[in-house]
Design a protein around this ligand. Sequence first.
Ligand code: GTP
Ligand code: MG
Length: 369
Amino acid sequence: EEGISVKEYADRLGLKAQEVIMKLMGMGVMVTINQPIDPDAAVLLAESLGIGVEVQSEESEDVLLGTEGEDSGQLVSRPPVVTIMGHTDHGKTTLLDAIRKSKIAEAEAGGITQHIGAYTIMEKDRNITFLDTPGHEAFTAMRARGAKVTDVVILVVAADDGVMPQTVEAINHSKAANVPIIVALNKVDKPEANPDRVMQELSGLGLIPEEWGGQTIYCPVSAKKRTGLDHLLEMVLLQADVLDLKANPDRRSQGVVIESKLDKGRGPVATVLVQNGTLRVGDFLVVGGNFGRVRSLINDRGQRVQEVLPSFPAEVIGLDGVPQPGESFVVVEDEKSGRQVAQSRSLKQRSAQMIRQKKVSLEDFYTQM
Ligand code: GTP
Ligand code: MG
């Protein structure tokens, strides 16, 4: 579907077409009567007039971007994306570091560990991407923005401490997001460690171990002594097989912002996770309400690369502003459609903010645009 024209839109809402055109102009959107109406503007305008409209945003943005229907028959398997969660001090950071150090040869990393918010390792000729932002805030922030980035959660539980409040929170978040959990029973090197007791506690929360007839995989590890890591990673790959994760590297890329910053020398820098398609230097990119052309891509080893495949992270340089973590990005065909999407997105963001703040009447809204 092409999206409805301004005239049709006005008819359906019982408005005069001229009135709609004027209001859209007030919002900075220039259209003629027979042109299709921008979906975001359509929703905004109706909302501002107190008229409820049905939103089919995903579909309509796809129409605008011309990305719908690109997936037929070209899907190939992609690496799993893993988030590590768990109670404070249970060893999330130590585990992330242990996996990185054990699985990325120092020589390959050039001796320098690059922290870009995510990294990809190789295990048995297959890749696994870890989001290097452990903790619930990142996960929740992403989810609040509707971004599903994680395929598998590794729940770290210290075997000498057991289930704690943030353990329960992590389980709830993962369940709400419908993401499978693999339990890493950490600190098994400690004499006080009592894995059996922890397994019992977690069983009470629905994570019944496979060996007890349940569905949950448990991996005893010591992040400190770096033991049990191979088994843990094997289990992640097994889970990935079950999930049958796929992407289409041939389509225009889309994904999500993991981290972002304003760098003195390089300008806005966003670490993105490519979720579909292949991201390339030179691509036109819309990120949240920002727009840009990819000037350079830097992988998690600090190397400049020409392209980034699905489930891999990279730093993107070339944006006109700093996007928020959790915001999604899409590659668009040309600069014009990019600016259009970015504009309608930032319009939507600003109006949502104003409406939240309840600061403005409808008239103020238009004069402030
Ligand atoms: P927050 O970031 O505060 O939530 O903590 P975290 O979960 O990242 O824990 P972190 O990795 O910082 O580890 C906390 C403490 O536990 C540190 O002193 C680690 O050295 C120690 N630790 C982590 N893993 C192990 C382990 O396998 N064995 C032992 N003995 N100590 C560990
Ligand atoms: Mg930590």
